[in-house]
Write a protein that binds this ligand. Sequence first.
Ligand SMILES: Cc1cc2nc3c(=O)[nH]c(=O)nc-3n(C[C@H](O)[C@H](O)[C@H](O)COP(=O)(O)O)c2cc1C
Ligand SMILES: [Mn+2]
Length: 474
Amino acid sequence: MKDLRQFIQMTEEMGELKTIEGAHWNLEIGAICRLVGAGSDPRALLFDKIEGYKAGYRILANPFCTDKRVALGLGLTVETSRPELVRKLRDKLNEPLKLIPPVEVKDAPILQNVQTGDDVDLFKFPTPKWQARDGGRYIGTGDNVIMKDPDEGWVNVSTNRVQIHDKSTATIYFAPGKHGGMIREKYWKRGQSCPVAITCGSEPLLVVIGSSAIPWGMPEYDYAGWWKKEPLEVIKGPTTGLPIPAHAEIALEGEMVPPDVETRIEGPFSEWTGHYSPAKPESAVRIKCVLHRNDPIILGVLPFLGRGVPYGHTPLVISAQVWNHLDRLVPGVKGVWCPPEFHRNTIVISLAQKYGGHAKQAALGALSRYNYSVKYVIVVDDDIDPYNIREVLFALAFRADPEKFDIIRDSWCDGLEPLLSPFKRQTEDITHTAVLITACKPYAWMKDFPPAADVNVSQQLLEQIGRKFKGVLP
Ligand SMILES: Cc1cc2nc3c(=O)[nH]c(=O)nc-3n(C[C@H](O)[C@H](O)[C@H](O)COP(=O)(O)O)c2cc1C
Ligand SMILES: [Mn+2]
């Protein structure tokens, strides 16, 4: 897959696309995304003929609301079973990592339209105001923010929300400790603005990779090359020189000025925590150049859908990364899942306990692989299905002893954490408390633990009552 258009076409072939014409960018598109996303048939939505905009200037939203489309986006064979999908992804991530750098091309769809100087106009795209209390219009949700480390020379690519403020000014939100934010600080410390390119709409894999926890210093484009088994085609950005995917839909080039030069109020934005982020000053991004394909398509990946909608690629990616890590660390891991019901702040590990301390070791291992914004690590026994939230809650109710919860203080979190007090925000103490919960039978007296009630009726009993109550039982 090279671009978003191919994803749209394949989604249509799977019968999972719905085209909607005539919606307004102001709240209507966001409302439709929520309604359809929360419904029984959460199709991908292609908005066209958006009110006040040219036909063909489109938005593709809700790409990842079904596991089938997540699989498609990840480049995996389309599976309907979630455990199978996690297994496929784990296999993929276990392939030997051989980074493949991008190749530069001269001729590319993204160069079909290029505007600079006074011709730059961010409002030429039908950017939605997604939710009622959003601070403005967000062009960047399923996007990529591209920056070069000024010391080390590698290119970071991340997914961050991007708000537009006027014809040529935008803002980007970076959580503390994430690569993009740390790179821009390096420029500011030298008194320089930080060059940046933003793409809004590309093959969805680049959003998956841009939003997954890969190490500092590892260029996401090269990682994408490894994933795809072929180099990503890029152009050299006309004003920044930054590499921009040749098949992206829209690219914005500009610079993030130091905050003492100019800021704009960024947010609020309805976020993955199911709450609005606070509004606060962020560095102004001065857009110098806009590039887009003919009839461009904005990609909308809406974090706010997390409340009420079983959505997203993030639980899959985190689960596969953590499981693979744990398999190298401890025996007996039967499953790892990051239940979407807990958004993405909980990791559940199903474990066949083999020795004292095993459960705690697994919990610590999970937190060492994926720490960011994780609030609960729950270890359950291997008779508990981690994909079944009822089972996990059952284990919490009857096999977790609150007296034995381990509290991890000052843990790394997102600035969007709703529990951050005004004082913590003021002092930039962006941390929270995490808890390790062993919701499993105490190893020391496991053999004496009361047997669990039978969930399944034995085959023999099933046949017996089937015969005896034929015509009586459903
Ligand atoms: C749809 C979506 C939107 C996101 N928006 C932001 C954001 O606005 N700010 C942020 O710091 N992280 C955001 N993230 C999470 C980052 O993409 C993720 O933490 C990533 O690992 C950051 O990459 P980096 O460490 O290379 O900077 C978002 C993730 C997704 C899936
Ligand atoms: Mn990175």
